[in-house]
Design a protein around this ligand. Structure first.
Ligand code: ZN
Ligand code: ZN
Length: 373
């Protein structure tokens, strides 16, 4: 099959610029040398652009997982623009199609099912049909004046933040060219590939604890270089959640910053998947894995029956606990409830929580036995 034509300006940005960076930066470093200042500025620019894409382009605009004050939106529009990954409108449209048609070779713009190269960068280099935007899926974003302003002045923002700003800051500190080479050129290329790894590697390498219905994976190493975007399996399972790293210890600086901004009123309406849904999703994955393993065993009927019973009991325990949890929180706020009644509710809540713990232990025991069988 004939390949679609190359998109010339994308070929320059994504193929020629990296080659220039890989030749010029080490040569200059060898001949003249770089100082701590330009490396520091490069890291700062890297973090700002990653955060602009992660918290702005991705979680705010593409998925609407929270709301943000105009000042925050402007900040993300500028730093996300500096990452040179097209305007918010284009990016969000592609990304919404990615989620809607994930892994579909014809409709997912960066389908991992088409291989590493295609999902990483190949999809940008050629004028593929799967990558065409008609903006019909981003009508809500058209109403955001900051999105439209960024779309209109995208090239200006790109040039100002990638060339003028590093040169200016560098000039003020007596290292204009060095600052441009590290915080402008090298940072741009490195951050491109860090972000692109989410479309390629994060669909190939890692675990799938929350859903095995698509190729998306959780990968801590990728989270480290993408400001928290590496928990991609969770993200595909719960795309409406402002967090990508759902556990508190997961490395997700974007999540921490969005949360911190909410304390001072700069972000609001942070959406989160319920604990019940998350637990049920992980349990369903484990259950399906266990059934597949049991199928290959001797007494598969007996295993199936055990698994089915344990699974049903665990789900029931989770649901009872989650339902009662809401009642219990409501009752805590209700001053009319008598002390005795409240004590009873508390006891019941503790009992249900204990039951979840027990069911979890039983489930782990059974799956461990199955693994050893
Ligand atoms: Zn994905
Ligand atoms: Zn997404």
């Amino acid at each position: 099959m004939e390949k679609p034509p190359i998109v010339p300006h994308n070929a320059v940005i994504f193929l020629v610029l990296p080659v220039i960076a890989l030749i010029v930066v080490p040569t200059y470093g060898y001949m003249v040398g770089f100082g701590l200042f330009e490396w520091g500025l490069g890291v700062l620019f890297g973090m700002l652009t990653l955060h602009g894409i992660s918290a702005g382009y991705h979680r705010l605009w593409a998925h609407k997982t929270y709301q943000a004050h105009a000042a925050v939106r402007l900040f993300y529009a500028i730093w996300g623009g500096c990452a040179l990954q097209n305007s918010i409108l284009h990016w969000a449209s592609d990304h919404r199609n990615h989620h809607k048609f994930v892994d579909d070779r014809d409709q997912d713009p960066y389908a991992a099912s088409r291989g590493f190269w295609f999902s990483h960068i190949g999809w940008i280099l050629r004028d593929y049909k799967s990558g065409k935007d008609d903006f019909s899926n981003v009508k809500d974003l058209v109403r955001d004046p900051i999105v439209m302003w960024q779309h209109k002045y995208y090239i200006h923002i790109v040039l100002a933040t990638n060339i003028a700003l590093p040169l200016l800051i560098g000039y003020l500190f007596g290292a204009a060219l060095e600052a441009f080479l590290i915080a402008g050129l090298l940072r741009l290329v490195v951050i491109h590939h860090c972000t692109f790894f989410i479309n390629s590697l994060a669909h190939m390498w890692g675990s799938r604890p929350f859903s095995d219905k698509n190729t998306a994976r959780d990968n801590t190493i990728l989270a480290l270089v993408t400001f928290g975007e590496g928990y991609h399996n969770y993200h595909h399972a719960f795309q409406g959640d402002y967090r990508n790293g759902v556990r508190w210890w997961h490395f997700d600086p974007s999540k921490w910053i969005i949360k911190t901004l909410s304390w001072v009123g700069l972000t609001s309406r942070l959406k989160q998947a319920s604990q019940l849904h998350i637990e049920k999703a992980t349990l369903a994955v484990q259950y399906n894995q266990a059934l597949r393993k049991a199928e290959r065993l001797h007494e598969s009927d007996r295993w199936n029956q055990h698994l089915e019973e344990r699974y049903a009991q665990f789900v029931l325990a989770l649901e009872e606990w989650a339902t009662f949890k809401q009642e219990w929180y409501k009752s805590k706020k209700n001053e009319l409830i008598a002390t005795l009644e409240r004590a009873e509710l508390k006891q019941r809540y503790a009992g249900l929580k204990q039951n979840v713990k027990l069911q979890r232990q039983e489930w782990h025991l059974l799956t461990a036995q199955l693994a050893a069988a």
